[in-house]
Ligand binder design. Structure first.
Ligand code: 57M
Length: 358
């Protein structure tokens, strides 16, 4: 809205030209989302408490018993600050902005449905895994179908480190990209088990993708770096800025010891959105590196469950996902969290290096 209100005035006041720049609007989108979430946070937490949206802690993790009753569904705070900031600073004629907002809200709705069933209706298990997966596939499938019909979008895949390998998946791109979005959404959800553990790496990944997507949307930079150009997608940098700001604002309250958890409404929407941004930036495979922490956490569950079934009840880790293993080894929660953040920064830097190492 700010973009649409002020940029046309550039003809009269040259200063307003500044609203044209994606970089300028990305920084202000970040600051706006951050300020909104820090200002709204205390009220939303009180409201969640009043509505009894509180987390029940399972007995298996004894060290988490002190967290019983912590308000959850704080992902609503991320949603309000993120969406309002994008609407304020984004170019609302850009189709990629609307598609990404659709993915964010769609995955968030699936998570909200699950949280509402668990926390408000007190049905401990929430919605069935099948219903959850069907909702995720529907949102991802519809968004990707709309995306691949955009004339500027290519179904070719970029392979990190190999600049001449670009397999064209054609229509198979649809199931592949759906897998990326649904996988990313569930991976962030599995990681969301310690204070700040999911939001930290999400902020790092969003900042990293801001660089990738700016490059993909800029014809000169894309050609110089040998990236698949996607005209118009650079505007999504503003959305990445808002995501970083909303994430940092949520971390303000979710930092150890957390005053609020994000709930599935937060984790599913954040994961799905990161997956979609990777698809938009044509960095689908690099997502595994940018979100390396989410990948390790998911692999630990796959290995643990697989080995548990094959060996008739033996375990590789003390408990999966991986963060529980370290907790049960006696490592303090805040140390595990900060170490995972450090890892996520390292992995994001490695991912950025693929821009030149090819
Ligand atoms: C949700 N939810 C957290 C909070 C958050 C297949 C299996 C590995 C699935 C997995 C699972 O259910 N994962 C998805 C994880 C929960 O957090 C809530 O859920 C939202 C995210 N969806 O926003 O609302 C708990 O996590 C803690 N927490 C924090 N700070 C935060 O900022 O401390 C969350 C956010 C909260 C709080 O304690 O209650 C969760 O962990 O449940 N299942 C598991 O992770 C279970 N692992 C398991 O069963 N492992 C077995 C299997 C794989 C063979 C094994 O290794 O032997 C563990 N989950 C729990 N207790 N709660 C088991 C122990």
């Amino acid at each position: 809205m700010i973009y649409h209100l002020f940029y046309p005035l550039a003809a009269q006041f040259t200063l307003f030209n500044v609203f044209r720049y994606i970089t300028f609007r990305s920084v202000y989108a970040l600051l706006t989302a951050l300020v909104i979430s820090i200002l709204l946070g205390p009220k939303l937490i009180e409201w969640l408490k009043a509505l009894r949206c509180r987390q029940h802690i399972l007995e298996e993790v004894t060290c988490h018993q002190a967290k019983e009753g912590t308000p959850t569904m704080g992902g609503l705070l991320i949603g309000v600050s993120f969406v309002s900031s994008v609407l304020l600073w984004g170019d609302l004629t850009n189709v990629y902005i609307w598609l990404t907002l659709y993915v964010f809200v769609g995955f968030g709705a699936v998570g909200f449905w699950d949280d509402y069933t668990k926390v408000v209706k007190k049905q401990n298990k929430g919605i069935s895994p099948r219903a959850k997966l069907a909702g995720q596939i529907f949102v991802a499938g519809s968004a990707i179908a709309l995306l691949i019909f955009q004339p500027a979008y290519s179904t070719q895949l970029a392979v990190p480190f190999f600049k001449h390998i670009h397999p064209d998946l054609g229509l198979f791109y649809l199931p592949f990209a759906v897998l990326v979005l649904v996988g990313a959404s569930n991976a962030v959800n599995l990681t969301d088990g310690l204070d700040g553990l999911a939001i930290g790496p999400t902020v790092v990944a969003a900042a990293c993708f801001a660089i990738f997507i700016y490059a993909a949307g800029n014809a000169v930079i894309a050609q110089y770096l040998n990236l698949t150009p996607v005209p118009g997608v650079g505007e999504v940098t503003v959305l990445c800025g808002a995501l970083v700001g909303a994430g940092l604002g949520f971390l303000w309250f979710n930092a150890y010891p957390a005053q609020v958890f994000m709930g599935d409404v937060g984790s599913l929407s954040l994961g799905g959105t990161l997956g979609f941004i990777a698809v938009l930036a044509k960095q689908e495979l690099v997502l595994a590196l940018v979100g390396g922490v989410f990948v390790f956490e998911t692999l630990s569950v796959i290995l643990q469950v697989g080995y548990f079934k094959m060996s008739g009840g033996k375990r590789i880790f003390r408990m999966a996902p991986l963060h529980h293993h370290f907790e049960l080894k006696g490592i303090p929660e805040s140390k595990i969290i900060i170490r995972f953040w450090i890892l996520s920064i390292l992995m994001a830097l490695m991912a950025l290096s693929t821009l030149k190492l090819r």
